[in-house]
Design a protein around this ligand. Structure first.
Ligand code: MSP
Length: 469
């Protein structure tokens, strides 16, 4: 059976999960639940990127054997994903023996497009990345992210000849065969593609010992992108299994900083392998704190756990899915978070409490939600404007609050009890209908709402859904 395949970026395991990672998972989860509501079968991949010298050094610093270190950290990412109520169907670790073996097979299949060359130039150890002379000059020799001087490097590397595929990649992007959302990032990337150099895909073993050996050359290990990008297909069993039931992916979700790898190197690899390109690449923005980039040196990093502890998961999902744009940068502040929590409590929490109380008093029996067409919602979802799709639902919720205020079922109950019942019935039917889509964003709350309003004897929850702090 055909499956809609959604992928998420696989984080490096040299640190704890942070808010940026949460964004990848929440967006993937929203898309998955939306597709499932449409009756589709969905496959959702997640995983961890576990090779490279940064990870190796971190483990050494902490005096933990490298394998134990990556095991622990990979586990903490798996726990983190579960704590967000996100369910993946496949979890890939780049240190898995299957992944490593398949990755080597992929390298061999790409060998016509791979060549060895000498690299001489600048390098940032923090980024584990090569730096062009232009970047070196622009940054005056110091990495803006790591605040450390670039180092000089001279070594042999293997390169992937991106040039072999540039024209085809450009065409696929321009024609939206591989559609990049948002459109401004598509434009940005097409500009970048013009001057995109061939990419280094290996490092000498003495520099990076923690990596997948290059087939046929003991002196080199694979480096970063071939190993990492392959995960999306090795987890499906490529190359020995037929992956056409899941590949091409419907949507690959990445942060804006790694879009260029997914829009440039990845399609080159796929073309070299004779595989189709993903249908969509969705690039989300960055989460900032008080308007600033989160960074250890500024000391403004907020761990997701801190926010989750405050009011639990649902207000977290509410904030990052409704008040953070799907595609632009989004800011977090505690003040905005509290305001968002109050909104959730006032608009939705109160609605449920009020309606359930009125239904109980007037003995109105429960109903089941019906999935009615919702063109506004679908239009937003299909453009990956998840936060605006959420707004569509929130308008419906606010509209229900307005209707209660205007139709005053508590007053009607005294004069026209049948009319009061009718009004309440219509209100809970509409709420239950909206609730089916609300489940995409706030699954746990939606389950509670369904339980309350589907019951034969409706009763308000003993504690409100979102108690006042
Ligand atoms: N290992 C690579 C990805 C390989 S995918 C084949 C990597 N890892 S990462 O840990 O640095 O980033 C993982 C994801 O988190 C990426 O999608 C990245 O864009 C995202 N974010 C990292 N910091 C972020 C924010 N501050 N805000 C939002 N997302 C950010 O890159």
């Amino acid at each position: 059976m055909e499956k809609s395949y959604i992928t998420t970026a696989i984080p490096y395991v040299n640190g704890n999960p942070h808010l940026g990672h949460a964004m990848d998972y929440l967006l993937a989860d929203v898309l998955r639940r939306y597709m499932m509501l449409q009756g589709k079968t969905v496959r959702l991949q997640a995983g961890t990127d576990e090779h490279g010298s940064k990870i190796f050094k971190k483990a050494a610093e902490q005096g933990i054997p490298i394998q134990d270190y990556v095991d622990q950290n990979s586990k903490s990412f798996q726990d983190f994903i579960h704590s967000l109520d996100v369910e993946y169907t496949d979890f890939v670790r780049t240190t898995d023996a299957d992944h490593m073996r398949r990755c080597q097979a992929i390298w061999e299949k790409l060998s016509n497009h791979i060549y060895k060359d000498k690299y001489e130039g600048w390098y940032c150890e923090g980024c584990e990345g090569f730096v062009t002379d232009k970047e070196y000059d622009e940054n005056e020799g110091i990495c803006p992210d790591h605040k450390k001087p670039y180092t000089k490097l001279s070594e042999e590397n293997y390169y992937l000849r991106i040039a072999d595929f540039k024209d085809q990649i450009r065409e696929a992007i321009e024609k939206d065969e591989m559609k990049i959302t948002p459109a401004f990032r598509k434009k940005e990337f097409l500009n970048l593609l013009k001057d995109m150099p061939d990419v280094s895909i290996s490092r000498p073993k003495e520099q990076v010992e923690w990596g997948i050996p290059v087939p046929g050359d003991d002196s080199q290990v694979m480096y970063v992108w071939i190993d990492a990008l392959s995960n999306y297909i090795t987890i499906l069993g490529y190359p020995e299994q037929d992956i056409s039931g899941s590949w091409p992916a419907n949507t690959q979700i990445v942060g804006k900083d790694i879009l260029r790898f997914h829009a440039g190197i990845w399609p080159a690899m796929l073309m070299g392998l004779g595989l189709p390109l993903p249908k969509n690449l969705l690039a989300h923005g960055f989460i900032t704190v008080n308007g600033e980039k989160m960074s250890k040196s500024i000391g403004n990093v907020i761990a997701p756990g801190e926010i989750l502890e405050k009011h639990g998961l649902i207000p977290f999902r509410y904030y990052f899915l409704r008040h953070a744009s799907t595609t632009d940068d989004a800011d977090f502040t505690w003040d905005k978070y509290e305001a968002s929590y109050n909104e959730l409590a006032n608009d939705l929490g109160n609605l449920v409490q009020r309606l359930a109380t009125l239904c109980k008093k007037n003995e109105v029996a429960g109903v089941k939600g019906e999935l009615k067409d919702n063109a506004d919602f679908d239009a937003r979802m299909s453009k990956y404007e998840f936060n605006f799709a959420f707004d569509v639902l929130w308008d419906e919720i606010q509209n229900l609050n307005k209707r209660i205020d205007e139709e005053k079922p508590w007053a009607l109950a005294k004069t026209e009890p049948d009319k009061a019942k009718e009004v309440l019935k219509s209100l809970i039917q509409d709420l239950s209908n909206t609730n089916l889509r609300l489940a995409i964003f706030l699954p746990e709350t939606a389950a509670k709402i369904a339980e309350i309003f589907e019951a034969e004897h409706i009763a308000p929850p003993e504690t409100p859904l979102f108690p006042k702090a």
